[in-house]
Design a protein around this ligand. Structure first.
Ligand code: NAD
Length: 346
């Protein structure tokens, strides 16, 4: 079978991560790059592939089966629509688009064109995430009652040198919380309501310094989440798992799922339960460690993209589903700004 030929739109920092992953997937070929940055000339030359300063020119030339869109978020809508117009299968980095209106338009157009859109929520590919989902679905912690988690770290001061990163549009809600929300949706199901409080009394930029979120899932479980980019702690997904070599691995878990018959510490899975079914606070509670392999999620995502192009799989997270993660994330920002609880459309 011929290789799946991919056109990369945007070869910046996450674009480079996709290129690295593609090198480890024999059934995929990086066929072209579209990026107007002079920095990309060397990247394309090193791979002996065509470079287009313009997305339209790359699509018009043809010869590709799928695109990976890794441009700045505000460009996602325009780049996806052009790719869908050309009948391409699309992998777009998270968030699907900058606004819900744009995401709805993408969903409708993808359906009209009969094209697949895969949203780049890479955490869904980790075996620990799939295992947590299965443990909860199988009722191994009983009825899911609650979830609590945090993503709390201190970003380096240089991170905020670029003025746009001090703005609420690039704060930890829109940059980081979307990964947490998507993971919670993947494991626990859809979110029905979101409320949030935020503070920026440290840096005093318009972006948030710390946020407390409370939510209710459609299955009636409740959840809380703490988020901060100003607090040095060992409790983030990346540090827990060692997902990203740029951040030290602590192995400290950051999320807990609580059921009527047990609890699950995550992402390094530990299942806590009493020995008997009617065990209670008077009884010993024991821990069972559940091992899952650590993988490169970007390689898994590339393989999934190939399978979608070949028609053997459908997106693990499509445009409609990716829009729901965006909606729940934007709801936290809107609730923090308005002081009101947000009820999400189902
Ligand atoms: N999944 C993740 O964990 C993750 C991590 C980082 C970034 N992202 C997402 O990836 C996207 C890109 O982020 P980044 O950090 O790589 O940004 P970046 O600025 O490093 O890269 C963006 C690239 O897009 C190029 N570009 C700009 N305009 C273009 C155009 N008109 N046509 C083609 N290319 C164009 C730029 O020249 C640059 O090379 C964002 O949406 C971000 O949210 C996701």
């Amino acid at each position: 079978m011929d290789n799946v030929r991919v056109g990369l739109i945007g070869a910046g920092s996450i674009g480079a991560r996709h290129m690295k992953a593609m090198e480890d997937v024999p059934e995929i070929t990086l066929a072209a790059i579209a990026d107007p940055s002079p920095a990309t000339v060397q990247i394309a030359a090193a791979r002996s592939i065509p470079l287009y300063p313009d997305v339209g020119a790359m699509l018009a030339k043809g010869g590709i089966d799928a695109v990976i869109i890794a441009t700045p978020t505000e460009r996602h809508h325009q780049d996806i629509m052009m790719a869908l117009e050309a009948g391409q299968t699309v992998l777009v980095e998270k968030p699907i688009t900058a606004t819900l209106e744009e995401a709805d338009e993408v969903t409708r157009f993808a359906e009209k064109q009969g094209c697949h859109v895969l949203v780049g929520h890479q955490r869904r590919y980790y075996p620990c995430a799939a295992m947590a989902r299965e443990i909860i679905a199988q009722g191994r912690i009983g009825k899911l009652m609650a979830v609590t988690g945090q993503w709390t770290t201190r970003k380096d001061d240089d991170y905020y040198n670029a003025a746009w990163r001090r703005d609420v549009k690039a704060g930890p809600i829109l940059t980081n919380l979307i990964h947490e929300i998507d993971l919670l949706r993947f494991i626990c199901g859809d979110i029905a309501t979101v409320s949030a409080e935020m503070t920026h009394h440290d840096q005093e930029f318009s972006k948030e310094d710390a946020v407390a979120i409370s939510m209710k899932f459609t299955n009636s479980a409740v959840g809380t989440f703490l988020l901060s980019d100003r607090t040095p702690t060992p409790w983030t997904w990346e540090m827990a798992l060692g997902e990203n070599v740029r951040f030290p691995k602590t192995g400290q878990n950051a999320i807990r799922f609580l059921g009527t018959e047990g609890a699950l510490d995550f992402p390094n899975l530990t299942l806590w339960s009493h020995a008997s079914e009617d065990g209670n606070w008077h009884d010993e509670i024991t821990a069972e460690r559940i091992e899952t392999p650590f993988i490169d999620a970007y390689i898994a995502q590339c393989r999934h993209l190939c399978a979608i192009v070949r028609g053997t799989e459908t997106p693990i997270i499509d445009a409609r589903n990716g829009s729901k993660s965006l909606a729940a994330t934007l709801a936290a920002a809107n609730s923090a700004a308005s002081g009101r609880r947000v009820i999400l459309e189902q």
